[in-house]
Ligand binder design. Structure first.
Ligand SMILES: [Zn+2]
Length: 359
């Protein structure tokens, strides 16, 4: 797809080398670090409101040198949260690969067969923005299951927040991937929760800077899933199928105007959705200087956004909330890679979530 191709070529020059030896840490060494961090901070562990964190080392796969996607952000974020004792053995959960049967709740069998058999066309791979490989498919299936596991945990621990350190891949449609999104984890998870009888109504709060076109199209005409997308009007994707509530934003929007707009629309979305569970796509490509973002939020603005969302859901009787990464494409600066700086921005929402207090 032309948009994806442009997305890639726009950033290739600024990306540079993303090689990061920290990405290849073995699981066992990560696990021992987690336990160590837990032992060091028992008080913080008890106070941490992040009840469940899904993470798998295989969320990260090798990409060709110079690829625009900051693949190292998953590991980098995980390491930040471990170092701050927001993730430890008590809340860390490693997902398995989501079954093909479960994936079929939101995706066409024909598309899944292409993923399984490695028969995506060149155009279909270009539209995803990543080449097919068994690792790519495994990564996508792990991330979907990570979201399902987190959502289930959110439902069983009312008042606490669950997160997946991946997911929010909202451009994936029923029958195709797009814009670095292979599978739509939120769509599969929502359908799975409904099928299991765990929820009837679902709210998707999508604050990634890009429109949630895949999610909107999958749930079009389905009143049981309320999709709320606040996004750059002139940004990717070109075609934006209607969400239940779309709030398009002008280029260059700064903190105050963004927060005022969110304060105006979010309560309406929450009220209209009347949901049993909420998926929060906390994309950080709203940040000033993001390579694909076009908005101008500071890190304080991102924290204010995340606080507003999580506190509002908290005040609604602790609505079960599953938090997902979505996009973020910070420039590498000050000796840090794009992945490391993007992960620092993703860490903001997790700090806010962990510190929510009874108001
Ligand atoms: Zn995005």
């Amino acid at each position: 797809m032309a948009n994806s191709a442009r997305w890639n070529s726009q950033t290739r020059a600024s990306h540079g080398s993303e090689a990061n030896p920290r990405l290849v840490l073995a699981s066992s060494s990560l696990r021992s670090r987690v336990i160590l961090a837990t032992e060091l901070h028992p008080k913080r562990r008890a106070e941490c409101r992040l009840e469940h964190v899904s993470y798998h080392a295989d969320y990260t796969i090798p990409l060709p040198e110079g690829h625009a996607f900051p693949m190292g952000k998953y590991t980098a974020l995980y390491e930040i949260l471990v170092a701050e004792s927001l993730v430890g053995a008590w809340n860390l959960h490693e997902p398995k690969e989501c079954s093909w049967e479960t994936l079929a709740l939101a995706h066409d069998e024909a598309y899944l067969a292409k993923l399984r058999d490695g028969t995506l066309t060149r155009d279909e791979q270009r539209r995803i923005g990543m080449e097919w490989s068994p690792q790519l498919v495994r990564r996508a299936r792990l991330a979907v299951q990570g979201t399902i596991d987190a959502a289930r945990a959110a439902l069983s621990n009312r008042g606490r927040i669950a997160a997946n350190l991946a997911g929010g891949t909202h451009h994936a449609m029923r029958d195709t991937g797009e814009g670095y999104c292979t599978l739509n984890d939120v769509a599969v998870a929502a359908r799975w929760l409904q099928r299991e009888g765990l929820v009837r109504r679902v709210l998707v709060v999508d604050l990634d800077v890009h429109h949630g076109n895949g999610t909107a199209s999958i749930f079009a005409g389905d009143p049981s899933v309320f999709t709320f997308s606040m996004h750059g009007e002139r940004n990717f994707p070109l075609k934006k199928p209607p969400s239940s509530l779309d709030v398009p934003l002008e280029d260059g929007l700064e903190d105050d105007a963004y927060i005022a707009t969110l304060a105006q629309h979010l309560p309406i979305a929450v009220a209209r959705a009347n949901a049993d569970v909420v998926f929060y796509l906390a994309g950080v490509d709203v940040a000033k200087g993001d390579r694909f973002g076009r908005l101008a939020l500071t890190e304080r603005g991102i924290a204010a956004r995340d606080s507003m969302v999580l506190e509002l859901l908290w005040k609604r009787g602790g609505l079960p909330t599953c938090m997902l990464l979505s996009g973020g494409y910070a420039l590498g600066e000050d000796g840090k890679t794009s992945s490391e700086r993007t992960a620092e921005r993703h860490a903001i929402a997790h700090r806010v979530a962990a510190q929510l207090r009874n108001a």
